[in-house]
Design a protein around this ligand. Structure first.
Ligand SMILES: NC(=O)c1ccc[n+]([C@@H]2O[C@H](COP(=O)([O-])OP(=O)(O)OC[C@H]3O[C@@H](n4cnc5c(N)ncnc54)[C@H](O)[C@@H]3O)[C@@H](O)[C@H]2O)c1
Length: 323
């Protein structure tokens, strides 16, 4: 039986599949250096939280598969994995609906000022209602930045809620966007300035890291709303803090921050118009069941020697290890 380490336990459905076919070690840490001796005995590693770089991979020569229960692989050194012949299993499409619903939930929560109103009501401040901070979203223009699996479902939900969808995604052509009935923008700043709500749905890559800074916030409409269910490092948090406090952004709602677990001491939390959830957009029961099962199946398939196709580095199968 192979041995598989998990940074943290998967949802029950996936754990059950793994336990039937492998010895399982739940490390309960995101720092794999702390569990190096155990990891060196493992054939597979499933990372919910934590990073693996080349040095760690090279110190674990038994490792034949790395898996991510999701689609983001920014925490895996992909070049090193591919060069070492290690497939990086992902679970595409399993969490898109849940993340899209979360983006909508955050959009309504922040534009209706739900969190502050709830906290104030609990303190006896019934008068918070007279601040008139909530807005109605019908006919508002929403910018969907990144038009992949999640962006498309989110756009559909916004559209069915009577919002006008605008799209920026440099890798998607105009025709695809317009066929859906949405407005296409070839320039990010043009899209930002057209919209009163902006929702991010692109991956964290060397190109997108830090791509939301002062220039992009300045391009947005005064009093706009900003939602990020993609990755924290896409956004410059100092620029976001500035924008929240100079009136440019009326409210921001995020599921992700650069440093996770989120630091309660982050200055963003001092802004009354900022709310955050703990990177939980994908963690509905339905999505977790789908994602954990597919991740477990892919991990075991690779360990049986199958060229599983749901990997982030399909070119890995040209490696001599796979010949
Ligand atoms: N909050 C969560 O729990 C959670 C869960 C799942 C995924 N995510 C994040 O959402 C991201 C998107 O997921 P997906 O399944 O839709 O991925 P996807 O690969 O289907 O779509 C990503 C889209 O982003 C586009 N893109 C790339 N660079 C861009 C840029 N510079 N500007 C605008 N668009 C750009 C791509 O062309 C693609 O269409 C993931 O990479 C992950 O980081 C977050």
């Amino acid at each position: 039986m192979p041995t598989i380490m998990l940074s943290h336990a998967l949802y029950d459905d996936g754990m059950q599949i793994l336990r039937e076919h492998a010895d399982v070690i739940v490390a309960d840490t995101s720092d794999f250096w702390k569990v190096l001796t155990d990891l060196q005995k493992c054939d597979g590693l499933i990372i919910r939280v934590g990073k693996i770089d080349r040095e760690l991979m090279e110190r674990c020569p038994k490792l034949r598969v790395i898996s991510r229960p999701g689609v983001g692989v920014d925490n895996v050194d992909m070049k090193a994995a591919t060069e070492l012949g290690i497939p990086v299993v992902i679970a595409p499409g399993t969490n898109a609906r849940s993340v899209a619903e979360h983006a909508i939930a955050l959009t309504y929560t922040i534009t209706k000022n739900v969190v502050e109103s709830c906290a104030q009501t609990a303190k006896g401040n019934f008068g918070i209602r007279n601040q008139y901070r909530a807005i109605e979203l019908e006919h508002h223009k929403v910018g969907v930045i990144g038009f992949g699996n999640i962006g498309r479902i989110t756009a559909g939900l916004f559209s069915r809620n009577d919002m006008e969808v605008h799209v920026f995604d440099p890798y998607i052509n105009q025709e695809t966007v317009e066929k859906c009935g949405y407005v296409y923008h070839g320039q990010l700043e043009e899209c930002l300035s057209a919209c009163s709500v902006v929702s991010l749905h692109m991956p964290s890559t060397p190109e997108t890291r830090g791509m939301f800074g002062k220039k992009q916030f300045d391009a947005m409409q005064d009093g706009c709303f900003f939602v990020n269910c993609a990755r924290g490092d896409i956004v410059n948090e100092n620029a976001l803090y500035e924008a929240l406090n100079n009136g440019k952004v009326a409210g921001a709602a995020v599921d992700v921050l650069e440093s996770e677990p989120m630091d309660p001491a982050s200055k963003l939390f001092t802004s009354r118009n900022f709310i955050a959830t703990p990177h939980m957009a994908a963690l509905t029961r339905e999505s977790s069941a789908r994602t954990s099962s597919l991740t477990a199946q892919g991990t075991l398939a690779v360990l049986r020697g199958e060229k599983w196709d749901k990997v982030a580095n399909p070119e890995v199968y040209h490696h001599t290890r796979w010949k």
